[in-house]
Design a binder for this molecule. Structure first.
Ligand SMILES: C[S@@+](CC[C@H](N)C(=O)[O-])C[C@H]1O[C@@H](n2cnc3c(N)ncnc32)[C@H](O)[C@@H]1O
Length: 322
């Protein structure tokens, strides 16, 4: 059907209702719709019975998923489209369903933004730690090869992955024969241990349960990897983290920071500017930072030669201990 012509100066108005799209995908993922719609597919009636859901609600949800390109519909039978088959069916190598479950809890917290505007304080009323940590694994799996290729690992034998989460980067480093320690909270390490056991790399990965803002990080590392950590903290905490990392490194050792890229205006790329709101809502002092801000802290903590590498949506900053 031919679409009616739209006014050209109103794309932002369409964005205001883009939460329709988010909510439909979040709910479909929560109901594991895509796990059930592999070929040859199902009718709305059959799927509604499988999901113990209302049949009218199921049909309308499925139609909207067809409209946004995640499903196909033929003679009343719904089936995953290519993107859903690749990314939304559990067990697939590039599965993104855990991060989408995490986004579903973020939905609750973002709904408090009006209140946060007044208080300036986070309002984290929902959190599913399993979805958060496995979601980090979903996202890191999409980029780990590029990140590893950008790291200078010459002479590196002992790495600390600070706030290493599910251990995606730790496993990739261990595959290169490097001994890696993951420092993270005990409930995170429970999840990482399972993934690492399954990968057969347990002999090269150690676990250091603790809070890196308070507890000892150990010593003698050639490289400390701090990936996607700074955005959850304020600048004083990031500088303290870097100073502690400096002490834990061997002379000539390196710190490598990975963070979302934010330009000097603080307004682009749009994902990073919007991610700052995610941190406003969920953390007491976090936001996204510009490379210049982070390099300033790195130098303050005693490192030299800060070198940046741009990846798709993140920046890597590597610096050496004097
Ligand atoms: C956004 S995730 C990043 C995970 C991983 N580094 C990556 O890039 O995929 C942040 C991780 O840091 C951990 N973390 C945050 N603050 C921490 C602290 N004070 N002590 C230990 N771990 C911490 C969280 O538990 C989580 O696993």
């Amino acid at each position: 059907m031919k679409q009616p012509e739209r006014r050209k100066d109103l794309p932002w108005l369409r964005q205001v209702s883009s939460f329709f799209v988010s909510r439909v995908i979040l709910t479909a993922n929560n109901f594991r719709v895509f796990d059930h719609l592999a070929a040859p597919g199902k009718t709305a009636l059959v799927l509604s019975r499988t999901l113990s859901a209302d049949v009218r609600a199921t049909e309308l949800l499925l139609n909207s998923l067809v409209a946004i390109g995640l499903l196909k519909k033929k003679k009343g039978v719904y089936q995953n489209a290519a993107a859903a088959s690749r990314y939304l069916v559990s067990g697939k190598p590039e599965y993104q369903g855990d991060i989408i479950r995490h986004y579903s809890t973020l939905w609750d917290n973002w709904s408090e933004l009006d209140t946060v505007m007044k208080t300036g304080k986070p309002c984290r009323r929902a959190h599913d730690h399993g979805a958060f940590i496995l979601g980090m694994h979903n996202l890191a799996l999409l980029k780990v090869a590029k990140v590893l290729a950008a790291l200078d690992l010459r002479g590196v034998t002992k790495v600390l992955d600070l706030g290493g989460g599910p251990g995606t980067y730790a496993m990739a480093l261990a595959r290169k024969g490097i001994q890696v320690t993951i420092m993270d909270f005990p409930d995170t390490l429970k999840i990482a241990r399972k993934l690492i056991l399954r990968s057969g790399l347990s002999n090269r990965v150690r676990f250091l349960p603790g809070d890196f803002t308070r507890d000892d990080m150990g010593k003698g590392y050639d490289l400390i990897f701090i990936s996607q950590i700074f955005h959850a903290y304020d600048d004083a905490a990031c500088i303290a983290m870097l100073r502690k990392s400096h002490d834990a490194l061997e002379p000539g050792g390196k710190v490598v920071v990975q963070e979302f890229l934010l330009d000097e205006t603080g307004t682009a790329p749009s994902w990073s500017a919007l991610f700052a709101i995610n941190m406003l809502v969920n953390t007491p002092g976090g936001r996204t930072y510009t490379p210049r801000e982070m390099i300033g802290w790195i130098k303050k903590a005693g490192f030299r030669e800060a070198k940046r590498t741009l990846l798709d949506e993140t920046v890597l900053i590597a610096a050496t201990k004097k």
